[in-house]
Design a protein. Structure first.
Ligand code: ADP
Length: 455
């Protein structure tokens, strides 16, 4: 069942229940009121008849019958019977019509003085009349033709009204549910036309206020992020192939050179040395690409343990200065940690070492003194590692883009590198719930700050 039909059905059921309850209530109240009113009229008639018979000397039974028969009352099929104390019928308003009653009813009237009951489809009342020591029981019965016909009319009106009300409710329910859900159908239609090829398409955000507009806005946000991810992916692939092509082209031309003519031993070893350099570059690049891919893929499988970040800093420093002896890494504490655990972070030692190696290497590589100043500082929640250099620095535009894979600033093109290290580092720090920020001035130097939550 569609949501539109479900809403219409629920709406109709609610309105139908209310209408039915109200109709039943109105009918029963009217029916009770008609009966009460009719009993009152019957009682009045009974009282008048018995008073005429007993209290007005000038009126005898025959005259009373004539009066009864000729009085214009609204009562149909009307009869009045009067009984004496021994249950003998002393007066009957109409001879040819009988009231069906039980003798027990007369006793009941004597006991209760006032009884309201039925005789077939007629209403029947019994009254006890006590005057001058006489105990008379008066029974009066009649058929409330007008009252009942009014009630029938009311029943019919309510029935048809109910039917009409229900039909209108169902119709309006379907119409309004369709109206309110129309934006969803439109969104549905628009979404079905979005594919990987036209991710720049956006949904209509309507009035930007109601729930459906908010759904469209959120969906547009998702599309925006998807589009960015797709574009990043695309540029990543094109950058990666470009980076791979350069050393491969160099390799090919070296080999072609070697094949062109017979080489001397010195030329041979020269070409082989060049081939070695280019192959090393290729290996480094593919290693970096592999690492980047792994960082994206296996980020959720990395095992985290409490580790002392200062220990990792010293290991990275030793590793870097061991491999590149011209580089200097100076480590210092900005403040003495208040507790032992302030330099302990929950993380993966290998990955954090990878980040530190990259940042130390960059700081040394991009500065003429090949020196990285590393400072460790802590506060009650975070441990910060600041890596500062007095190197080539970066423009604001470069600072905004250096975390994109393969991005290299213009002033860095003369240095070795692929522009992948920082994008890996940023992802790894994010994986450790930390932040990596940079502050740099062109020609003056750069400061990278890693902030990690400590245990
Ligand atoms: P790579 O150093 O291999 O080019 P990275 O991803 O480590 O790749 O760095 C990306 C770019 O950021 C570098 O090409 C360079 O332009 C800039 N950069 C990074 N570190 C520094 C630094 N310490 N000083 C100046 N520029 C830097």
């Amino acid at each position: 069942m569609t949501i539109r039909n479900r809403i219409a059905l629920q709406f109709s059921l609610i309105v139908a229940s209310i209408l039915i309850v109200f109709s039943i209530l109105i009918y029963f109240v009217s029916a009770t009121y008609r009966r009460e009113e009719f009993y009152d009229r019957l009682k009045n008639k009974a009282r008048t008849t018995v008073r005429f018979l007993i209290e007005v000397k000038e009126v005898d039974r025959e005259l009373l019958k004539i009066i009864d028969r000729n009085t214009l009352t609204a009562l149909i099929d009307e009869k009045v019977l009067i009984f004496d104390a021994r249950n003998r019928l002393i007066y009957s308003s109409v001879d040819d019509q009988v009231i069906h009653y039980q003798t027990a009813l007369l006793d009941e009237v004597r006991q209760q003085k006032d009884v309201e009951t039925f005789s077939g489809s007629n209403e029947l009342i019994g009254l006890l009349y006590q005057q001058n020591g006489q105990d008379l029981v008066v029974l009066a019965s009649a058929y409330d033709k007008f009252g009942k016909s009014k009630l029938d009319n009311l029943r019919l009106t309510l029935g048809w009204g109910l039917l009409a009300g229900l039909s209108i409710t169902i119709g309006l329910g379907i119409f309004f549910a369709g109206q309110s859900l129309r934006p969803i159908s439109q969104i549905n239609q628009q979404v079905s036309t979005i594919t990987a090829r036209n991710l720049q398409q956006r949904l209509d955000e309507g009035n930007r206020q109601d729930e459906i507009a908010r759904l469209a806005m959120n969906f547009n946000d998702v599309l925006q992020r998807l589009q960015q991810a797709f574009e990043q992916q695309r540029s990543f692939v094109s950058h990666a192939s470009h980076e791979l092509r350069t050393p491969l082209a160099a390799l090919k031309s070296e080999i072609q050179l070697g094949l062109r003519r017979p080489l001397t031993v010195t030329e041979h070893s020269e070409i082989l040395a060049n081939l070695m350099v280019d192959t090393d570059r290729l290996i480094n690049l593919t290693n970096s690409l592999l690492l980047l891919a792994r960082t994206m893929e296996t980020s959720h499988q990395v095992s985290f343990q409490p580790i002392r970040i200062d220990d990792v800093i010293f290991v990275a420093k030793d590793e870097l200065t061991g491999a590149k002896p011209t580089y200097r890494v100076e480590v210092d504490y900005t403040n003495i940690p208040d507790t032992e655990t302030e330099t302990v972070v929950k993380g993966n030692e290998d990955l954090l070492k990878q980040v530190l190696l990259n940042l130390f290497d960059n700081a040394c590589k991009y500065s003429s003194d090949h020196t990285a100043q590393v400072r460790i500082s802590t506060n009650e929640r975070h441990c910060q590692i600041t890596i500062q250099d007095r190197g080539i620095g970066m423009s604001d535009d470069d600072v905004r883009r250096i975390f994109e894979p393969f991005y290299r600033a213009q002033n860095a093109l003369g240095f070795e590198g692929f522009g992948i290290g920082l994008s890996i580092s940023a992802k790894l720090i994010e994986l450790h719930q930390g932040t990596l920020t940079v502050d740099s001035k062109l020609g003056e130097g750069s400061t990278f700050i890693i902030s990690l939550p400590h245990v």
